[in-house]
Design a binder for this molecule. Sequence first.
Ligand code: PLP
Length: 358
Amino acid sequence: MIHLASPIIDDQEIDAVTRVMRSGMLAQGSEVAAFEKEFAATFNVGHAAAVANGTMALVVALRAAGVAHGDEVIVPSFTFAATANAVALAGGVPVFADIDAPSFNINPNEAAKLIGPKTKGIIAVHLYGQMAPMAVLADLAHSHDLFLIEDAAQAHGAVRDGLPVGALSDFSTYSFYPTKNMTTGEGGMVTSTNPDLIEAIRLQRNHGMLRRYHHDLIGTNARMTDISAAIGRVQLTKIAGWNEQRRAIAKIYDLHLAGIVDTPPVVENADHVYHQYTIRSEQRDAIVATCEDVGVGYGIYYPIPTHRQKAFARYATGRELEETDRAAATVLSIPIRPDLQQEEIDIVIDTITTGAKK
Ligand SMILES: Cc1ncc(COP(=O)(O)O)c(C=O)c1O
């Protein structure tokens, strides 16, 4: 079986966890503080605050951005449900925008059409590891006095037009779930170039408390453990190499699969980090059947757009999201783990080619 994704853990991570376990200090402490500093430095993102997972990263960022009951936040529908869940959990109303078909990311022109008197902000999701057009989105947000959040759960280390994730927004949020480009088991991070905004995250994640038992606002427990942070610190030393390997595998797929399926285009002047290598094909069912026969892992991210999910029926507007529906019907992600071997890459290419020609 060629697995779609699996965390890469070796003795360094195991030793780091053992070190923390032996120290007796398990909850948020010095490892988290070091991880935050090293994360901010590695990705050149200013300031960072670690949290329990990528969903809570979004929730605390939305709360720190001032989202209150009934505030509308524009989000893409074509993403993992966490993006819109976080808006609802923070008390806001998710308003779903269509994507730009080739990039799979939110279409700024579509987002612009949804701005109204209740709109408070926009979340861009860097889906599959390719950055959304942040300069255009930042102009849009600034011209309407909206906050801008980047959901970078799938985009550790992505760059566009020379600027890293986080350069043009209020907050960026990350996930360290085991299938992500780097992991801490479960975990998340919020970054900002504005230190005051990161202080607001520190309050939100710890019951509104900077000084023990002095609660300045209503917050939650979204803290990361030192055990997770110790894993993250080791993974940080490897992420650049892993992203390079992902890009190298993508190049091979591009070469061999172009013309057989729609390969994922990379926008000009951008470093895609290929959290997923996602093809599109009208022959998806046949390709899936062939993958199952051969034992090639695959994923459909996401088969049902968020705005069509039962949980979000209350936010229905009746607006059609044509590109979102089209993507949901045709996308297929194939293995692009950095530890994929050449013979496995060859098998994946053969399998997709055979399936597409059935
Ligand atoms: C785009 C996106 N946003 C948010 C999340 C939520 O992250 P987590 O699973 O760490 O809560 C994920 C992870 O699955 C994701 O892919």
